[in-house]
Write a protein that binds this ligand. Structure first.
Ligand code: A3D
Length: 320
């Protein structure tokens, strides 16, 4: 059987890291696409030359031609611009919406059967626009944010508790922005919910609240340190986890920006929710119960996402 084909649309910081991880994990052959001439070709060749040292079997090719993504099984989209210090994700909307149009059409014309993972910000609005422009089925177009946000939460919690990150699970809902909802009640250390750990004296409510806020600000913290762009190692690792779940039909329960129509009281929109990813793409939206306070935070986040989608429609009247 031929190896799966993984097309990476955008060969910048995240795109290059995605290519490296996909090759190291032997998920398939990699096509790196970018409008910048030389960048995808150079990165593909550089990573391919690490193959004999690392011992992986994967072919890598850089390109500026959408025809090369033909028949891709997975497309991961990072094309666009990242934020700089002082910018919010939402400041990127106008420029990245135009990029989603060309990328969506490129995928529609060349890789209509792919599972598409969007990373470009502002995430929830861009994945919606990408689905609209590509016309692919909504269950095959998804945004990466929840795995990253939950990863940040898990990292901070494991440091606070001094336990392995492997034993920390976390749940983050809502839009990928300041209104995201880290759900403390559903986050655990080996099954013990965080509120119980506060009662057991493992941490204090104040410390837990600070960790929740640091998670919400996790992207800005990295932007502030890097100064020239945004996070790329953890975002790439998170999207690769989603791609692997699809390619290997793992049925992983992962938080993603998915199309929700009916569950969680929502009628047709993209927002961060718990999903099951397998060979069918998004195979299930997990319709969890929320307390009144959690629901209020989620509703607030949903409204923020709706505002961004309206802003997209204001820019391109063909959308929606
Ligand atoms: P960067 O290193 O600038 O790479 C972006 C690449 O896109 C560049 O190589 C550009 O040449 C290329 N590009 C621009 N326009 C087009 C186009 N029309 N077609 C194809 N390629 C194009 O950015 P990055 O890799 O650091 O970040 C990429 C995106 O991911 C940004 O929008 C970030 O804001 C976003 N991001 C999202 C998360 C989430 O958790 C959702 C996290 C981190 C970054």
């Amino acid at each position: 059987m031929a190896r799966p084909k993984i097309a990476l649309i955008g060969a910048g910081q995240i795109g290059g890291t995605l290519a490296h991880l996909a090759a190291l994990k032997e998920l398939g052959d990699v096509i790196l696409f970018d409008i910048a001439e030389g960048t995808p070709q150079g990165k593909a060749l550089d990573i391919a030359e690490s193959g004999p040292v690392e011992g992986f079997d994967a072919a890598l090719k850089g390109t500026n031609d959408y025809a090369d993504i033909a028949g891709a099984d997975v497309c991961i989209v990072t094309a666009g611009v990242p934020r700089k210090p002082g910018m919010s994700r939402d400041d990127l909307l106008g420029i990245n919406l135009k990029v989603m149009k060309s990328v969506g059409e490129g995928i529609r014309d060349n890789a209509p059967d792919a599972f598409v993972i969007c990373i470009t910000n502002p995430l929830d609005a861009m994945v919606w626009a990408l689905q609209q422009y590509s016309g692919l089925p909504p269950e095959k177009v998804v945004g990466m944010a929840g795995v990253l946000d939950a990863g940040r939460f898990r990292h901070f919690l494991s440091v606070e508790f001094d336990v392995s990150m492997k034993d920390v699970t976390a749940f983050v809902l809502g839009g990928h922005g300041d209104t995201m909802v880290p759900l403390v009640r559903y986050s655990t250390v080996a099954g013990i919910p965080l509120p119980d750990l506060v009662e057991m004296g493992w941490t204090t409510q104040d410390k837990l609240d600070a960790i929740v806020q640091r998670t919400r600000d996790g992207g800005a913290e990295i932007v502030g340190l890097l100064k020239t762009g945004s996070a790329f190692y953890a975002p790439a690792a998170s999207a690769i986890e989603m791609a692997e779940a699809y390619l290997k039909d793992q049925k992983r329960l992962l938080p993603c920006a998915a199309w929700v129509d009916g569950a969680l009281g929502l009628n047709g929109m993209y927002v961060g929710v718990p999903t099951v990813i397998g060979a069918g793409g998004i195979e299930r939206i997990v319709d969890i119960k929320m307390t009144k306070d959690e629901q209020a935070m989620f509703d607030n986040s949903v409204e923020a996402v709706k505002g961004l989608v309206e802003a997209c429609k204001g820019i391109d009247s063909n959308l929606g």
